[in-house]
Design a protein around this ligand. Structure first.
Ligand code: IVH
Length: 679
């Protein structure tokens, strides 16, 4: 090291410390301190120094996070302190039994006025248990639980996990520390990983736990590094230090001080009744969490009491897990129906033997498309694993092939539309098959009318889905234009529609004639033309005629319109049926104010991206979005370096913090309203 200049040494140490700190702020505290670009710049500097002076490189270097050479096998490691598992309680009575056993063992029954036991309550994370060994503050080994006594060495893989400190921070560091916790894959990461796997024809993971386990079992740590795994600390194994904490809470706080992530919902309560309340609260929050949990773990908080209670066989007497209803269950696929959507997309829907999963009874699940059916290899009659976690719609995660009955039959994708019998076609390179019947197809007519009438489109109050189905099925209307000819007499007498509601509906239909050009474009239901593109078209072309006349080239001149959307727009307006419906709508009196071309030319927010977050008291979020789009701005859902302005109302959270750290201008609702008056 003699010929390494001193300033390189100090730069290297400084960069390591700063990067480790940024990492901790970003991945553990969820509170980034510098923009991503700054982090990347420092990381590149560090890597340059390491490639120039390889001898400098240390095991706590943040460059380790990207993974390294592949191993040929995992070596075995022995746990000096066994890694235990937990007993389970499946209901409140079993939890009360546990509390009673704890008190009996501590001889509390013999005490007069014995206090309630304090319990630390925390979510039971559904991932993979890990042991992390630190010597003098440096991470030296990561291991799986294995059978509790012997596990596998996964050091190279755990080093890639950003929420695991490579070096403990703070001055008061133990000479030996073994931290235990759970490595898990948040739901968003799991969905993204599976989407990628499916797109490249690979097998999807059944659930985030399997995906986390699979990611840790990689001999090539670069693969592990590419998976957004997290680790949360929940206990300590070996521990040699000057002083030691006296409670579980204290211990977790000490771990957090050293740089570990601990669960944000962890809470200490007094007595078993409060444990039950905690369970109920978390059960209600479960769907909204960013990760899977399968229950609650209760631990006697006082570490001296834990020691007195000790262990039985493989589980401690001082802790218990109370399980939640399962998020995966097995049921039978009874049949598959094919539904036709607005754009003609034919979607297979699984009809299931009803099953209670993730807290609700599920009897249908989407099978998405033909590729998904093939990927799963599912037959009608199969036993399937249904997964419902978070607010994600229920999915068929897996087929249990061993249980396939003799009379199971393959799912045949229809060649003709189940509604109108037109040919079903699948365009080159597309996963979705579509009915080619267009507006001859009853299903597509219904969906087109429902979309046309919806709140963000023409906003026809009182025209519900059932009524649309009925009007089309009875042959009362054939297109959106027919709505404007509807008479009260035609509606009265249709199922449960009284004179008054029929009159209200006709009035609502008439009132919807007054609209805006942007809403009209959106209402037409052109493929991939959502509200934002509706505004873009209105703002850039100024009139319906101009868009009808535009060819793909002219459309592509507009920012935000790509070749696929341009193609859909051109196809739509070349179709004579569509043009005659548009003419009929105009003849019926559907109209919008002209867009002032001079104002349009000077759209003051053109090219800017705005983000709205938090609550709004005076105007609605939708109104704010409309106004911004009229002024030419794009309204995005997340903050990035490109965001021009953030409007933050009460309760704003991570978007506000991110905007602050990126130094993006921020205004509140009052300032926003003032701003709108001036532009
Ligand atoms: S404590 C001696 N706390 O559950 C206590 N375990 O069935 C050992 N787990 O293998 C575990 N979240 O992987 C504890 N907050 C938590 C946990 C937790 C998940 C897992 C852990 C363990 C299994 C026990």
């Amino acid at each position: 090291m003699a010929n390494i200049p001193e300033h390189v040494h100090s730069d290297y140490e400084r960069l390591k410390d700063e990067l480790n700190q940024h990492n901790h702020r970003y991945y553990v505290l969820d509170d980034p301190s510098v923009p991503d670009a700054e982090y990347d710049r420092q990381m590149r500097q560090l890597q340059e120094i390491e490639s120039q002076y390889p001898s400098l490189k240390t095991s706590d270097s943040p460059s380790q996070r990207v993974g390294g050479e592949a191993l040929s096998a995992f070596t075995q490691v022995r746990h000096d302190v066994a890694m235990l598992s937990l007993d389970n309680a499946f209901n409140q009575a079993e939890l009360e039994d546990f509390d009673r056993r704890v008190k009996d063992r501590l001889n509390y029954a013999a005490l007069k006025d014995a206090p309630e036991i304090e319990y630390a309550c925390e979510p039971k994370l559904d991932g993979v248990a890990v042991s992390l060994l630190y010597r003098d503050g440096l991470l030296v080994r990561g291991a799986t639980r294995g059978d509790g006594t012997v596990g596998e060495d996964i050091t190279a893989n755990v080093r890639t996990i950003n929420s695991i400190p490579l070096k403990l921070v703070s001055s008061d560091i133990p000479s030996l520390l073994e931290v235990r916790g759970e490595i898990y894959l948040p739901r968003a990461g799991f969905e993204a990983l599976n989407a990628k796997a499916i797109a490249s024809g690979e097998k999807a993971f059944v659930n985030p736990r399997n995906a986390a386990a699979g990611s840790l079992r990689q001999l090539n740590s670069k693969i592990t590094a590419s998976r957004p795994l997290e680790m949360c600390a929940y206990s300590v194994g070996q521990f040699v230090a000057e002083t030691s904490p006296d409670s579980h809470l204290n211990m977790l706080q000490t771990l957090a001080g050293w740089g570990f992530k601990i669960n944000e919902h962890m809470q200490v309560v007094s007595g078993i009744a409060a444990c039950e309340d905690y369970y109920q609260t978390l059960a209600e929050r479960r769907d909204g969490l960013a990760y899977d949990i399968d229950g609650i773990v209760y631990k006697v908080n006082d570490l001296r009491l834990q020691e007195r209670l000790g262990f039985v066989a493989k589980a401690p007497r001082w802790a218990i897990a109370r399980k939640f209803p399962a998020q995966e269950e097995m049921t039978q696929l009874l049949d598959v129906e094919f539904q036709v959507g607005r754009t003609g997309a034919v979607t297979p829907v699984a009809r299931l033997e009803p099953v209670f999963v993730g807290g609700v009874t599920v009897s249908n699940a989407t099978l998405h498309n033909g590729d998904e059916i093939q990927r799963l290899g599912v037959y009608i009659g199969d036993s399937v694993i249904i997964r419902r976690a978070g607010d994600v719609i229920p999915q068929i995660a897996k087929v249990v092939l061993e249980k396939r009955p003799a009379n199971a039959r393959p799912i045949v994708f229809p060649e003709r539309c189940p509604v109108c019998e037109s040919a079903v076609v699948r365009a080159e390179g597309e996963a979705v098959a579509r009915c080619s019947g267009g507006l001859f197809c009853g299903a597509q007519i219904k969906q087109a009318i429902k979309h046309f009438a919806s709140r963000r489109a023409m906003d026809i109050d009182g025209l519900g889905d059932k009524l649309v189905d009925l009007l089309v099925d009875r042959g009362v209307i054939f297109s959106v234009a027919d709505l404007y000819d509807l008479k009260v007499e035609q509606l009265v007498g249709l199922e449960r529609l009284a004179e008054k509601s029929a009159a209200n509906l006709v009035a609502a239909i008439q009132a919807s004639k007054e609209t805006s050009l942007a809403k009209f474009f959106y209402s037409l239901g052109i493929r991939e033309v959502g509200e934002t593109t509706g505004h873009t078209l209105a703002n850039n072309f100024g009139s319906l005629e101009a868009v009808i006349a535009a060819d793909a080239e002219a459309l592509l001149e507009v920012d935000d319109i790509g070749p696929i959307v341009a193609g859909h727009i051109v196809d739509f307006f070349r179709n004579p049926d569509n043009l005659s419906i548009i003419q009929a709508l105009r003849d019926a009196g559907v109209a919008w104010p002209d867009i002032d071309q001079s104002a349009q030319a000077s759209q003051p927010l053109k090219g800017q991206t705005w983000v709205l977050t938090g609550g709004m008291d005076i105007m609605s979020r939708a109104e704010a979005k409309d106004r911004l789009q009229e002024l030419g701005a794009k309204v995005a859902g997340s903050v990035s370096a490109k965001t021009a302005q953030l409007v933050a109302g009460p309760g704003a959270g991570s978007k506000l913090t991110r905007a602050q750290s990126l130094e993006i201008p921020i205004m509140d609702e009052a300032e926003f309203i003032e701003f709108l008056k001036k532009v």
